[in-house]
Each structure stands twice: as structure tokens, then as C-alpha cells.
Design a protein around this ligand. Structure first.
Ligand SMILES: Cc1ncc(COP(=O)(O)O)c(C=O)c1O
Length: 276
């Protein structure tokens, strides 16, 4: 299901070409995107995603056209009631042209649902920068959801080569950052901890925002070391489509699917389905 950002939004065949060969999104990775959950014919937490899309576009100097809410609702309605995912993309366009927006809806891959239900195996990977660098050097685009995700995808391939399904980036000075497509959280001493996105230049996750608000244990937003992460009683990866996924092995150490993760996963899945 593909919808184009026009006034009104236009549904077209999903195989319709939408970008020019000289689009700066294609040529230079200058485009921004959001991926969100579809449930019961509506996009979950759309306001949070649209606010972040606007923030990402501003950081990439992409003049974001209007009409995203209507576009997302149109695509969601056309997709129907089944569980699905929606990707909103705004590409910068050609040098002389205007930004191009579109929404693509489709089913959630089975392995994504399996990761949520059965958990994922993870290795930590050194991102090679000190924890403060991405926040203090905004041109590195930490915290921006741009389609320049080649490093993120390469990290997932590196994790796979190490026998794991996902990765957690740590800074060169040993602090926990984020995962290539998820926010990281962990349980230590009964407290649910997640790193401060603004402070360390990671993406402010919408799932973390919603899920941590539903937690029934104390929550701390603070920095943590890789040693603390490895000693945690539970480790979680949070992202819109997979939701709350338990980490069942971290750097070769098996972890149980603990009570905090199970409760949070159930609460988040209920929130996705409850109309706002
Ligand atoms: C780098 C990164 N961090 C965190 C997240 C989680 O964000 P959200 O919960 O809004 O999906 C994502 C999602 O794709 C991501 O790409």
C-alpha cells in the first residue's frame, strides 16, 4: 500500500516509482523517515512520530511539506485492520526541486514478531566514538532518523557474523548508547534504566517514551556502562514495530525473559491497540 504526499493524498500501486534518479535522498542519503505500527486501521502514536519527523527534517535542512497526518491516516485506512507497519519518508528531492513524501504500508515480518515473542540474541559493538561526541558534534546527525542508515545495517551484519541477531552500540569509553534500530533499557536492582538520548546524541525512541511511562517499577534515565549492562538481570530492546523485545543472550551470556520485560511488553502491546 503506497500513498503519495499530495493534497489530497493519493493512493497508488506500491510498485509506482516515486523518486527521481537525482533525488538527494538517493544521491546523498538526505532524507528522513519514521516507521510505526499499524493496528486496527490506525497508526500508533502518530503524534510522537510526526514530531520526530519534523525534528529530523529540521536537522537535515529539509523543508518538510505539510499533510503528513492525513497521509498516514489515508495509508492506514487503506491497509485495513490487520497488524502492520507504516513507513513515512520525506526525501530532499532534486537540487532544484521540492521534497518528496510518501507512506508505505505492509505486513510485519515474521522474524520481527518472533523477536518480540521469543527474544533476541545480541552482541555489543564499539561505535568508536566517546559517549559525548555525537551530542556535541551535531553534524554527525546522532538522534536524527535519516535514511543514512548504512552504518546501522552494517552493524547488524557484523552482529550476525558474530552469531547474534542484533547489536547494542557502546561508546569508545564504555557507555551504553543505543541499538542500530532500537532503544536499549535494562533492569538493575529492580530499577529500569535507559540512557539519556539528548545527552548522548541517540535517537529519542517513541517506544521508550510510551513503554517507560507504563512501567510499574522505578525508571531512571541515566548513563550506564557496558559492565552494568552485562550484569543486568534483564535487557530490553525497544522499537516501534518489534515493540518491547527481551534480550535472551548478551555477549554470550544467557538472560531470562524477566518479569519487568514481560509486563512492559504486554502493556505496550495493549497501548498500541487502544485508541487515543
Ligand atoms: C537508532 C535507533 N534508535 C532507537 C530507535 C527506536 O525508536 P522508536 O521506538 O521510535 O521506533 C530506532 C527506531 O528505528 C532507531 O533507528
Amino acid at each position: 500500500m503506497l500513498a503519495l504526499l499530495e493534497d489530497p493524498p493519493r493512493l497508488v500501486d506500491p510498485t509506482t516509482p516515486v523518486l527521481r534518479a537525482d533525488d538527494l535522498g538517493v544521491a546523498r542519503g538526505e532524507s528522513v523517515f519514521e516507521t510505526l505500527r499499524l493496528a486496527g486501521g490506525r497508526p500508533a502514536f502518530l503524534d510522537l512520530h510526526l514530531a520526530r519527523l519534523a525534528r529530523s527534517a529540521e536537522r537535515m535542512a529539509i523543508p518538510l511539506p505539510s499533510g503528513w497526518e492525513r497521509l498516514a491516516l489515508t495509508a492506514a485506512e487503506a491497509y485495513g485492520d490487520a497488524d502492520g507497519m507504516l513507513r513515512l519518508t520525506c526525501s530532499k528531492g532534486s537540487a532544484a526541486g521540492a521534497p518528496v513524501g510518501f507512506a508505505l504500508a505492509g505486513p510485519i515480518p515474521v522474524e520481527t514478531v518472533r523477536g518480540r515473542e521469543e527474544g533476541v540474541t545480541v552482541v555489543t559493538l564499539d561505535l568508536g566514538v566517546p559517549a559525548d561526541l555525537r551530542a556535541s558534534s551535531p553534524w554527525l546527525l546522532g538522534g536524527v532518523k535519516s535514511t543514512s542508515y548504512a552504518v546501522n545495517m552494517a552493524s547488524l551484519r557484523a552482529a550476525e557474523e558474530l552469531g547474534a541477531q542484533d547489536a547494542i552500540w557502546v561508546s569508545h569509553d564504555g557507555q551504553v548508547l543505543e541499538a542500530p534500530t532500537s532503544t536499549v533499557a535494562w533492569v538493575t536492582g529492580g530499577v529500569l534504566v535507559t540512557p539519556p538520548a539528548e545527552e548522548i546524541g541517540t535517537l529519542p525512541g517513541t517506544t521508550a517514551h510510551v513503554a517507560l511511562g507504563l512501567a510499574t517499577v522505578p525508571v531512571e534515565v541515566r548513563r550506564g556502562t557496558v559492565e552494568e549492562l552485562r550484569a543486568a538481570s534483564e535487557v530490553l530492546l525497544l522499537s516501534s514495530v518489534r515493540g518491547v523485545a527481551p534480550v535472551v543472550r548478551l555477549d554470550g551470556r544467557d538472560l531470562p525473559v524477566g518479569p519487568v520485560t514481560s509486563a512492559l511488553r504486554a502493556a505496550f502491546e495493549a497501548a498500541v491497540r487502544s485508541p487515543v
